[in-house]
Design a protein around this ligand. Structure first.
Ligand SMILES: *[C@@H]1O[C@H](CO)[C@@H](O)[C@H](O)[C@H]1NC(C)=O
Ligand SMILES: *[C@@H]1O[C@H](CO)[C@@H](O)[C@H](O)[C@H]1NC(C)=O
Ligand SMILES: *[C@@H]1O[C@H](CO)[C@@H](O)[C@H](O)[C@H]1NC(C)=O
Ligand SMILES: *[C@@H]1O[C@H](CO)[C@@H](O)[C@H](O)[C@H]1NC(C)=O
Ligand SMILES: *[C@@H]1O[C@H](CO)[C@@H](O)[C@H](O)[C@H]1NC(C)=O
Ligand SMILES: *[C@@H]1O[C@H](CO)[C@@H](O)[C@H](O)[C@H]1NC(C)=O
Ligand SMILES: *[C@@H]1O[C@H](CO)[C@@H](O)[C@H](O)[C@H]1NC(C)=O
Ligand SMILES: *[C@@H]1O[C@H](CO)[C@@H](O)[C@H](O)[C@H]1NC(C)=O
Ligand SMILES: *[C@@H]1O[C@H](CO)[C@@H](O)[C@H](O)[C@H]1NC(C)=O
Ligand SMILES: *[C@@H]1O[C@H](CO)[C@@H](O)[C@H](O)[C@H]1NC(C)=O
Ligand SMILES: *[C@@H]1O[C@H](CO)[C@@H](O)[C@H](O)[C@H]1NC(C)=O
Ligand SMILES: *[C@@H]1O[C@H](CO)[C@@H](O)[C@H](O)[C@H]1NC(C)=O
Length: 411
């Protein structure tokens, strides 16, 4: 018994060391009054060039001990500068008007000369990446966001979470918290994963089409795809596919997969199945897996080829398109698969059956929740309300009648 104590203590210690601690800072003016208070956790991914002309990715977390040299409490635009050691820093300046304050520019600066953070990096010295962070917080209130916010710009992706932040603090009094949208309870669960709200980078990519709210492009055509094994079709899929890539992928914009020029191949296993769709310059691979006798889409890998250059983007942690093994999955509504922050796949009229295909046709369809949408609930709700109203009227009528009867009697 006694012997297990140090083991547990050691486990706790290593857990504590591994967890990202985040940092907490307060910036004060000349008369020792706080103007900015911030506490947050952050992870950074930086893509950098190496001396072998390939690029690498570095990952690091904001450490608990930081310095704030360079910060200032200038009344109109206070500045928060946080240094993580000598070669990384994070700065955010603020603006305000009469009612709200906002972050102006969030800049992450890194020194590629530091090979402890950037192994094999070309010594390019200081590089930085700027984005927008924090919008319109009421004055004298504290911004609070537990959820992860993803800020992506240039070669830097920042994940920021568990944020408590207030600028323009008055009288050293911290205001009541206002939650970010992501922390607010959602009214109803949606089956389609909504991407983490990212703030538009302030660096404007050259020659990008402004992204309009309405879809500029037609819906993609629906393609029928199948994978064969020795006994015939073993995987069936039909869907329309549309890629939505941001500037960092190299090709900007929205692109429809043309079923006519797309070849399907893949594999059928007992536990996993893959569907590989090859269009002229795009390869999309779907990996299906089984969990508790249900299949689901676990992974999507998109490879874009432009001339001799190609880049793959993949998400291996999906949990979409779920249905019982032996059935097929059906979703008529448009869905968005977030492969990365820079690449989304919009899917239309999806029907898939990766396992247990018999007679080369789809088995019973299990429809997505998006299809069996809430519109059918509206007549039910209206009906319920009507019935309730009728009952209410009846009751009040009966009570009214009884009252008036007793009224007559008392006269
Ligand atoms: C500022 O205030 C803190 C306590 O709030 C105190 O410990 C510190 O000595 C003060 N510094 C100066 C320069 O007045
Ligand atoms: C914040 O800093 C950026 C440069 O880092 C500057 O362009 C911007 O004008 C500043 N914003 C305010 C409100 O001072
Ligand atoms: C980085 O290294 C290069 C060459 O080694 C040097 O010219 C440059 O001044 C360094 N920059 C910084 C910020 O250390
Ligand atoms: C990102 O890094 C690549 C090299 O890895 C460089 O060519 C490119 O200019 C960088 N982009 C930005 C926006 O810094
Ligand atoms: C969030 O930050 C607070 C300090 O502001 C800390 O006490 C808490 O443990 C953090 N929560 C998580 C989940 O990291
Ligand atoms: C700060 O103090 C001043 C004067 O003491 C007061 O008028 C003001 O309302 C206070 N502001 C806040 C946010 O408490
Ligand atoms: C795909 O298959 C469905 C029936 O399974 C058929 O109605 C449709 O015409 C086919 N589409 C193409 C493009 O072959
Ligand atoms: C493409 O993705 C961006 C976000 O990265 C989104 O704002 C835009 O609406 C998407 N466009 C289409 C056509 O899906
Ligand atoms: C391919 O790369 C060239 C040059 O890098 C660029 O001009 C072109 O837009 C790219 N095409 C696509 C479809 O991304
Ligand atoms: C797959 O399942 C079939 C029939 O259930 C079985 O005969 C075969 O050995 C299985 N293959 C593997 C690799 O498990
Ligand atoms: C993603 O697809 C590309 C092209 O098919 C392939 O080369 C790469 O190995 C795939 N990546 C993974 C992790 O499956
Ligand atoms: C995969 O997603 C689940 C929840 O969607 C999350 O808890 C887990 O950390 C993710 N794993 C990786 C490796 O991203």
């Amino acid at each position: 018994m006694e012997r297990s104590v140090p083991v547990i203590a050691l486990c706790l210690l290593s857990l504590g060391l591994m967890r990202s601690e985040g940092f907490e800072v307060e910036i004060k003016d000349a008369s020792n009054h706080t103007c900015i208070r911030a506490s947050l956790m952050a992870n950074f991914t930086v893509q950098y060039e190496t001396n072998t002309s390939t690029s690498k990715k570095a990952n690091f977390s904001a450490p608990p001990s930081v310095t704030t040299t360079g910060s200032s409490c200038d009344g109109e635009s206070p500045l928060l500068v946080v240094h993580f050691g000598d070669s990384l820093s994070w700065s955010l300046n603020f603006t305000r008007n009469d009612t709200v304050y906002s972050g102006s520019v969030l800049t992450f600066t890194y020194n590629t000369n530091d090979t402890t953070f950037f192994p094999d990096a070309l010594p390019q010295g200081l590089l930085s990446s700027s984005t927008k962070f924090l919008d319109s917080i009421p004055l004298n209130r504290t911004y609070k966001c537990i959820h992860d916010e993803v800020l992506s710009s240039g070669n830097v992706t920042q994940h920021i979470w568990n944020v408590t932040l207030q600028a323009f603090v008055q009288n050293d009094t911290f205001g009541q918290e206002v939650s970010c949208d992501a922390d607010k309870p959602t009214p109803a669960p949606t089956p389609v994963p909504t991407p983490t709200p990212t703030h538009a980078p302030t660096t404007t990519p050259n020659a990008t089409v402004p992204i309009p709210t309405s879809k500029p492009l037609d819906k993609p055509s629906i393609g029928n795809y199948s994978v064969f094994n020795t006994s015939g079709k073993c995987l069936l899929a039909s869907m329309g596919l549309q890629l939505n890539a941001s500037s960092r992928i190299g090709s900007v914009g929205v692109y429809n997969i043309n079923p006519i020029t797309t070849n399907a191949s893949g594999t059928c296993g007992n536990e996993t199945a893959t569907l590989k769709l090859t269009d002229t310059s795009v390869v999309i691979e779907f990996y299906f897996a089984i969990r508790k006798s249900k299949f689901y889409l676990q992974e999507v890998n998109v490879t874009l080829t432009n001339g001799s250059a190609s880049s793959s983007v993949l998400n291996q942690n999906l949990s979409l398109w779920e249905a019982s093994v032996g059935n097929s999955y059906l979703c008529r509504k448009e869905q968005v698969i977030v492969v990365s922050e820079d690449l989304r796949v919009n899917t239309f009229e999806v029907r898939v059956q990766p396992f247990g295909v018999r007679d080369e046709t789809y088995a019973t369809a299990e429809e997505c929740i998006a299809d069996t949408d809430l519109s059918f609930l509206i007549p039910i709700a209206v009906g319920t309300v009507l019935v309730f109203l009728i009952i209410l009227v009846l009751i009040s009528y009966l009570i009214g009648r009884r009252k008036s009867r007793t009224g007559y009697q008392s006269v």
